[in-house]
Design a protein around this ligand. Structure first.
Ligand code: CMC
Length: 397
């Protein structure tokens, strides 16, 4: 088979799709959803309106938004069988694994697959946006040994999530800031989890499997899992004085500093700029976080040492400080990211269906050819290529 272009590890710079959902300019720090700058959406929109914009391509009218919010409110509850299933999960399990299992389980309950029926698409969008926050909050309460609490219809999307999570009605500023955080994480072109969603979608499987694949991909520490790692790192650094030695030692050992660097951005991520402002607003009202000074010093030292390589804070660097101040445990940071990114995944699922062709790239084969099967008694070691070559004879790569 001939290869159409050179191999690029991590598909860096290789266009894998055409999309009109979001736009990133990594040199100038620009992110737009359907052409609207993220800064404007963060100031003026709310998460559900932004989700509607991403999924249906334009801002909703007042009536459309009302109806969409109303449907989501109606679908927030979980079937008792899903709650029962969650009760069997180990308390020590990671909430991202619980979320992936629950998202996939929705496919069991809504098994009809009618990908060319707009009503089916709408129902899947509504169910996933409505139920994923309830799953995250329910797992949090259950792993503490408590029953999950029911959603409250008088609370909006974000306030209701914080209520279900903490069992207290949140402060309005806290709920507003959380909602803005959801807007900022909702979509980001063809990142790893979105690509994973698109590949799964391209097989024409059901939307719950699409979202479950994406949740599993988001969980990794090089992707959404980084926000949790950032807090662990700030904890390990422990003080402003330790920042410089920490960075020097990390660079000497060639280990990555979490919350920094991005395949696309070569300047500070525009979302990190807004998240830092949100963190400061929270500190003003609810008191400063000890880790904030460490984080600011870390940004300064990393910029000094790695700025020339275009390594700056990414979205995950300040998000953890915002969530921490909102009382969210660090292993829920990535599930909260998922609550938001569901909007982008669903937008790409819908876009993929509009002009679908199954993803089936090629590869450059680097293994042996024409090998013979070696009877088990004659095998001495596996994984040792030289030894294998002597056993199987003249193998041509
Ligand atoms: N700390 C130290 N050095 C870094 C970092 C970092 N965080 N990120 C990149 N570099 C260096 C890397 O060592 C390499 O240097 P050299 O060319 O000398 O070998 C160069 O920059 C390019 O790095 P890369 O790993 O090849 O870049 P990539 O585009 O493949 O990876 C990344 C991007 C985000 C995975 C990477 O920057 C990273 O691992 N960052 C830390 C984890 C993190 O914060 N992830 C969140 C990503 S943003 C939001 C999201 O996706 O959820």
């Amino acid at each position: 088979m001939t290869v159409a272009c050179e191999y690029r590890p991590g598909l860096e710079g290789v266009p894998a799709t055409q999309s009109s959902i979001s736009f990133v300019d990594g040199t100038h720090g620009i992110l737009e959803y359907r052409g609207i700058g993220i800064e404007e959406l963060a100031k003026k929109s709310n998460f559900l309106e932004t989700a509607y914009l991403l999924i249906w391509g334009e801002l909703p009218t007042k009536d459309e938004l009302y109806e969409f919010e109303h449907e989501i409110r109606y679908h927030r509850r979980l079937k008792y069988r899903i709650r029962d299933m969650m009760k069997c999960f180990p308390e020590s399990g990671h909430p991202m694994d619980a979320l992936q299992a629950c998202a996939a389980a929705l496919g069991l309950f809504y098994s009809r697959r009618a990908l060319d029926d707009p009503a089916y698409i709408r129902a899947a969008v509504v169910r996933l946006l409505a139920k994923i926050p309830t799953m995250v909050a329910a797992f949090q309460l259950m792993r503490k040994g408590n029953d999950p609490i029911q959603p409250r219809d008088d609370l909006d999307y974000s306030a209701n999530f914080l209520y279900m999570l903490t069992e207290r009605e949140p402060d309005p500023l806290a709920a507003k800031i959380f909602d803005t955080g959801l807007i900022l994480h909702a979509e980001h072109t063809i990142n790893a989890s979105t690509f994973s969603a698109m590949v799964t979608a391209s097989t024409l499987t059901d939307p719950y499997a699409v979202i479950a694949s994406a949740v599993g991909t988001l969980a990794g520490p090089l992707h959404g899992g980084a926000s949790e790692e950032v807090i662990l790192m700030l904890e390990e650094i422990g003080s402003v004085e330790n920042v410089r030695p920490f960075v020097e030692s990390a660079l000497e050992n060639r280990s990555k500093i979490m919350g920094f660097g991005h395949r696309v951005y070569k300047v500070k991520d525009p979302r990190a700029i807004i998240l830092q402002q949100l963190a400061e607003q929270l500190f003003e009202k609810f008191g400063r976080d000890d880790y904030y000074d460490i984080a600011v010093e870390l940004e300064k030292v990393v910029q000094e040492k790695l700025g020339h390589k275009g390594i700056y804070p990414n979205v995950d660097f300040y998000s953890g400080l915002v969530y921490r101040k909102l009382g969210i445990p660090s292993d829920l940071f990535t599930p909260v990211f998922a609550i938001s990114r569901v909007a982008g995944w669903l937008a790409h699922w819908k876009e993929q269906l509009n002009e679908n062709r199954i993803f089936r790239p090629t590869q450059i084969y680097t293994g042996f050819r024409g090998a013979t099967y070696v009877p088990i008694e004659q095998r001495r070691s596996v994984g040792d290529k030289e030894l294998l070559a002597t056993l199987v004879g003249d193998l041509k790569p």
